[in-house]
Design a protein around this ligand. Structure first.
Ligand code: FEO
Ligand code: CA
Ligand code: CA
Ligand code: CA
Length: 694
């Protein structure tokens, strides 16, 4: 019998993150008041009865999703989507206790590995029989002319041609005509100045340090080469597709709010041209061969916020941590109040066109975008699911009014780059089906045996038409959180990454945690967020009618209520809890080629470093969660990609532990003692060269 694991807590709200993470990642968001102070209360049965939940779950599982995520235009090789056959409904609550768990050759197909035990080792720990290698590190040169990395002589110019800091979302796209090569796209969410610069003085950052940080943010595109003998990948430096986009690169605002007075600044009176992208967290891949990148905690880069809308987005009223406002007045809202409105969007990048200007898609709304993952409706229109990662904020979707054009002709590519500019933005209202009194806030399952119910998509705006009383369409797009407040969206426990299953169309939403749930004056537990002081998070499973994109209802249930399996307040889709790995703070999610869900964690607090887990979502082993790897000290596991022969993870912020610095590192990963700690992408593969988990 596993003992309850000791809990780590060095966070004001009981989370597992270090204070250093809070300071640099999200501008101490958790130390501040929850920005959602709206009186928007969970309104019980407003939409209950809008649809029959259980019949819908069954119907959705049987829907053929042939069009969904369909054949990526450029798909070939290892990056191609999994088969899209219709699948039978899973066994529901019954008859799924068939298999044993955990054994080496045991588990659902794709998950047959010996689980890694929780640990605090300063390395990437992988299952027996597996090997790993670093694909690319912070500072490795990828553009022509960029110098080799030298942390003692770093410059902004060098950094602008090198892989950025704190890799988060990863995408691997096929590269036609170049054998064994794929295109790696990475987000660089933020910088850890004290871990980057020897002798860093936070009160007096230098211009060079600030400009290095600008160049270390943003996105990287780098072609990688597969190795013949194993799952290793190595960067192809100076490939013509390689690209860096930073906090000073040119971006374009498109869609219904582009050009709005709310987006105009002194240097951009047209309100359509922005310098840079910031705090790119997770993202997504489109079926037409582009990538999407969420701008998350953008608020922390802007000083002297004063408006009510700034407050709702958590923009501070004083100086910022990094003091960028001293070096570029656009970061000082007293001088340039609209600049902050030009961040907090979903960016669409065409990695196959190195000359293209990435677009910030205003039709998808402005909030702390964690991720954006599209699917196609039965009639070929993209639906993009999006989480706003803040305690008590909302879950959204966008449905395009245009159909994707198939093929890779120039005409098709140009058309598809307009898909995310026209459509309807919705926010989710999520209602439980059990009596409120049965949701006790401690995680006890209601008498119907599940946290589940119905949901309703509330339209916010379609093109230039607002559906929110008292707000124009432009206001809805720029101040989307306020629109959600007005229509009574459901306050969620930090909606992070989201991933539709390529097999069933069901959508999985990671809700990381919310230790403010149920505190005095704050919203208490409800069926989709059933635990007060929620430290460990949950994963919600949502089912829509894919053949009816106009449908505004969905069914949902919690797939996972995370924590130590010995804690009665946990739930693993009904699977026997003695056969699963402990998990805390689910964050990024991805599907493998077999249809299993993989989950990475951020801020795990069960006495182990963060890690990556795989779990079956269908069949007898639905809920059998197994840990695949753990990451080094202070790190978070990001950007998982699971291909047939390899697993890729972004090891983000290794060594980010309170009190650590370049001089006093808390981690020696990846290069050992005496070398600076470097966020890096890691590939994991089998020593015998066979497929992962079979
Ligand atoms: Fe950047 Fe929500 O994690
Ligand atoms: Ca994240
Ligand atoms: Ca229920
Ligand atoms: Ca995270």
């Amino acid at each position: 019998m596993r003992k309850l694991l000791p809990l780590l807590s060095d966070h004001p709200h009981g989370g597992g993150r270090s204070a250093l993470t809070c300071r640099y990642r999200c501008g101490d968001a958790c130390f501040q008041e929850v920005p959602n102070t709206s009186g928007n209360e969970y309104a019980g049965d407003v939409i209950a009865g809008a649809l029959s939940r259980r019949s819908m779950m069954r119907a959705t599982a049987a829907v053929t999703v042939a069009a969904a995520a369909g054949g990526a235009v450029l798909a070939q090789g290892a990056g191609a989507p999994a088969a899209q056959a219709a699948v039978p409904a899973h066994g529901g609550k019954d008859g799924r206790h068939g298999g044993g768990g955990g054994g080496k050759a045991d588990g659902a197909r794709g998950l047959r590995f010996t689980p890694v035990a929780p640990n605090k080792d300063d390395k990437v720990t992988v299952p027996e029989g597996y090997a790993q290698s670093v694909v690319i590190r912070w500072g490795e040169p990828i553009l022509r002319g960029a110098p080799a990395f030298d942390p003692e002589k770093q410059s902004a110019r060098a950094q602008a041609g090198q892989f950025g800091y704190n890799n988060d979302f990863l995408s691997l796209l096929p590269l036609r005509g170049e054998h064994g090569r794929q295109v790696l796209v990475a987000n660089h969410e933020y910088t850890d100045e004290v871990l980057m610069f020897r002798g860093y003085d936070a009160a007096e950052p230098t211009r060079e340090q600030v400009e290095i940080a600008w160049a270390a943010h943003g996105l990287s595109v780098v072609v990688v080469q597969e190795q013949h003998r194993d799952g290793r990948l190595t960067p192809v430096s100076r490939h013509p597709l390689n690209r860096r986009l930073t906090a000073t690169s040119r971006f374009e605002l498109t869609g219904p709010a582009a050009g709005s007075a709310l987006l105009r600044t002194s240097v951009d009176p047209g309100g359509r041209r922005v310098l840079g992208t910031l705090n790119n967290c997770a993202g997504g891949e489109t079926p037409w061969g582009t990538t999407l990148h969420g701008e998350e905690n953008f608020n922390q880069y802007f000083a002297n916020g004063s408006s009510a809308t700034d407050k709702r987005y958590g923009v501070g009223t004083g100086a910022t941590e990094r003091k960028w406002e001293r070096f570029d007045k656009r970061f000082d809202l007293a001088q340039e109040p609209n600049e902050v409105h030009r961040f907090g969007w979903v960016v669409e990048l065409d990695p196959y066109d190195p000359e293209s200007t990435p677009r910030k898609r205003t039709a998808l709304g402005r909030f702390k975008h964690e991720a954006a993952q599209p699917r196609l409706t039965g009639d070929g229109r993209p639906v993009v699911y999006m989480g706003d990662d803040e305690r008590f904020d909302y879950f959204y979707k966008f449905v395009s009014s245009k159909r994707m054009m198939k093929g890779s002709s120039r005409r098709a590519r140009e058309h598809n780059l307009t898909l995310l500019d026209e459509g309807t933005l919705y926010v989710a209202k999520i209602t439980g089906d059990s009596p409120a009194a049965e949701v006790d806030g401690a995680g006890k399952l209601p008498s119907d045996g599940e946290f589940d119910g119905a949901g309703h998509w509330i339209p916010l705006a379609t093109g230039d038409v607002s559906h929110v009383p008292g707000m124009t369409a432009e206001e809805v797009y720029v101040f989307t959180r306020l629109a959600g407040d007005k229509v009574g969206a459901t306050k969620m426990d930090r909606p992070e990454d989201v991933e539709p299953s390529p097999r069933t169309g069901r959508v999985y939403v990671a809700l990381t945690n919310n230790t403010d749930r149920g505190k005095p004056g704050k919203a208490g537990a409800d069926e989709p967020n059933p635990r007060n002081l929620n430290k460990h998070g949950q994963i919600l499973e949502l089912a829509e009618h894919w053949d009816d994109p106009a449908s505004d209802g969905f069914a949902w249930r919690l797939f996972l209520v995370a924590g130590d399996p010995n804690d009665p307040a946990t739930y693993f889709a009904g699977y026997p809890k003695e056969k699963v790995s402990p998990i805390s703070c689910p964050d990024n999610v991805a599907f493998d080629p077999h249809g299993n869900l993989w989950i990475s964690t951020d801020g795990a607090q069960l006495g182990s470093h963060d890690g990556l887990f795989g779990v079956a979502v269908q069949g007898d082993r639905r809920g059998e969660l197994k840990q695949f790897l753990t990451v080094p000290a202070g790190a978070e596991t990001c950007g998982p990609i699971i291909q047939d022969r390899r697993v890729l993870v972004a090891v983000q912020h290794p060594g980010e532990v309170d009190g650590a610095s370049v001089e006093k590192p808390a981690s020696v990963w990846p290069d050992g003692p005496g070398r600076i700690v470097r966020p890096s992408v890691v590939a994991v593969y089998r020593k015998d060269g066979r497929d992962i988990g079979v």
